[in-house]
Design a protein around this ligand. Sequence first.
Ligand code: GLN
Length: 461
Amino acid sequence: MLLPSCIIIRPSFRITTTFYKPSSHWRHHIVPINHSRRLSVPTFINSASISTASSTTVEDHTPSVMAQDGSTPHHPLQVAKRLEKFKTTIFTQMSSLAIEHGAINLGQGFPNFDGPDFVKDVAIQAIKDGKNQYARGFGVPDLNSAIAARFHKDTGLTVDPEKEITVTSGCTEAIAATILGLINPGDEVIVFAPFYDSYEATLSMAGAKITCITLRPPDFSLPIEELKSKVSKNTRAILMNTPHNPTGKMFTREELGQIASLCIENDVLVFSDEVYDKLSFEMDHISIASLPGMYERTVTLNSLGKTFSLTGWKIGWAIAPTHLIWGVKQAHSYLTFATSTPMQYAAAAALRAPDSYYEELRKDYKAKKEILVEGLKSVGFNVYPSSGTYFVVVDHTPFGLPNDVAFCEYLIKEVGVVAIPTSVFYLDPSEGKNLVRFTFCKDEETLRNAVGRMKERLARK
Ligand code: GLN
């Protein structure tokens, strides 16, 4: 018989395998917070990926379970060992749940408003002008020049657009190309938790040995003594992010100076993800590459998406001295070879935007941030200060749910708002169990509605 494309499960069957972290993590996650046995998968995760077949006739010869992704007991999902611990990304899961439950999506960081016409028009024109074949592998010359000019303006550093820049398909590819192009299996790489989920997956693909340092609330400041104790001659690189997703922390000049000294002393590289650099509110963004002695050991990573509200375009880049960009460029050549040609022309136009564009962007986001932060405080959350990005992290424990996943489940189903549980951003998920992330990259009405729902339906326990 023809099976519907959704999952079919006998009513008595319970899937406990679909999840975004390995069960061992979840055991770890759950034990300290009252559950003495293995976590049964939160129902909202199940409901995203399976639906019970109580209303569907399933005959005896049909497989007892078929997942949405097409796996069956006879054909389990196959994935190479380097990726087997990673499941569907939390952003994908949460955005589908938002749709499924009609919840307001303050989870995945994508604006619900469009990018500027002056950028879109250039893309349309480029397509009409026939700029539709492969681009030069490391970027169309116009974009490389615009990136170099922007970087000079922002940091004072002069880079050769032809020799020190590689354009990639979003910053996520730039991160992957940097790691795959410069990290050997067994190399030690330091990351700061909480960290963006692709870092761990990509480091795992490269066979890196991950050393993690946790930034802790309330200010998520750099634990310098811990960093000192972990950086050694065996450290190959530090992978960092400022302004920092998910916390909104921005590394101060003093912290960057401390990282820089350790890197210089121990001959360590820095991979610096700065995609939220234009969304800095409480202080000025500083690129670590601009500190004395750092450019020669830093790969600076950035993208178009956040600054121009065009996250779907996937235009990113890496900037590094010739001796480091070579590895990045080689990995990029064999990962994607080149990036969308017309969008690169438009990206060049975007980066040449006048200062007023960036000022306006910051002003708009400041207003949105205010609505969300004040709103969350009035709902009763303990809101941690966020200096940059379009995210804010809160402590959800006043509402009495046992952990971040349970809280987000409740929030989606009972309140109609989506947030991101932060435990997915830690090597040890229990470290994130009290924290959830909200984004304010949504129009003001959406933010007010979300706050309204929480005020009405979330009760402190
Ligand atoms: N960077 C976005 C966020 O943190 C998500 C991007 C993605 O879904 N991969 O929300």
